[in-house]
Design a protein around this ligand. Structure first.
Ligand code: COA
Length: 180
């Protein structure tokens, strides 16, 4: 299945190109970007992640779309939908997520992309609910969730099972939004 493309005022959310892999590896090796994630990725790990993302879009027509700025940077990161691969009280579910290169923070791009993704999830995929989660201290990501209308479910707080019990990023908060 061909991957879909979402267009917003300033951005194009599209399937991945081979040229995206190098700038993706650069942002995954940037400690400013990975400070709230589980650590930097090596080039091989980043490429394998990009392969998984690209394959998912190819097979399903949706996923974590590569973002480019219209008549600007050809790749600034991703935003989109995925299915978490771990078990938790709120899984199976579809998660909305985002990751941008540091130089493209603070322009509203993540929020703009996320609004288009949410619209696709509810109005094209007809999902009944979309969730998002992040480590408690990831204020920037939580603000994106709140700006697009996700609401924190305090009963959904959980320890991320992929991180070791003593990992400081293990405690996570859960946000939800149902289709209106
Ligand atoms: C999460 C992440 C994408 C958020 O980036 P961000 O720049 O804070 O979010 P946005 O792109 O929506 O930009 C919002 C900011 O742009 C500002 N802004 C500037 N120009 C703007 C415009 N034209 N329109 C809208 N907002 C604009 C907003 O005021 C806001 O600033 P503030 O946070 O200081 O109030 C980014 O921090 C990131 O990639 N982090 C690492 C990866 C990560 O944590 N991913 C989530 C894991 S769950």
């Amino acid at each position: 299945m061909a991957g879909s493309t979402l267009i917003t005022e300033r951005l194009i959310l599209r399937p991945w190109y081979a040229e995206d892999y190098a700038p993706f590896a650069a942002l995954n090796a940037d400690p400013r970007v990975t400070a709230t994630l589980a650590g930097n990725l090596t080039r091989d790990e980043s490429d394998a992640f990009a392969d998984r993302i690209a394959t998912h879009i190819d097979e399903h027509g949706w996923g974590l779309w590569a973002i480019e700025i219209k008549e600007g940077a050809p790749f600034i990161g991703y935003a989109g939908l995925s299915r978490p691969r771990f078990d938790a009280p709120f899984t199976p579910c579809v998660e909305i997520g985002w990751r941008l290169a540091f130089e493209h923070w603070r322009h509203g791009y993540a929020t703009e992309a996320a609004r288009a993704v949410l619209d696709f999830g509810f109005n094209v995929l007809r999902l009944p609910e979309i969730v998002s989660f992040t480590t408690i201290g990831n204020t920037r990501s939580r603000k994106v969730m709140e700006r697009i209308g996700l609401v924190r479910d305090p009963a959904g707080d959980f320890d991320h099972p992929s991180l070791s019990p003593d990992h400081p990023l293990r405690p996570h908060v859960l946000y939800r939004k149902g289709r209106l």
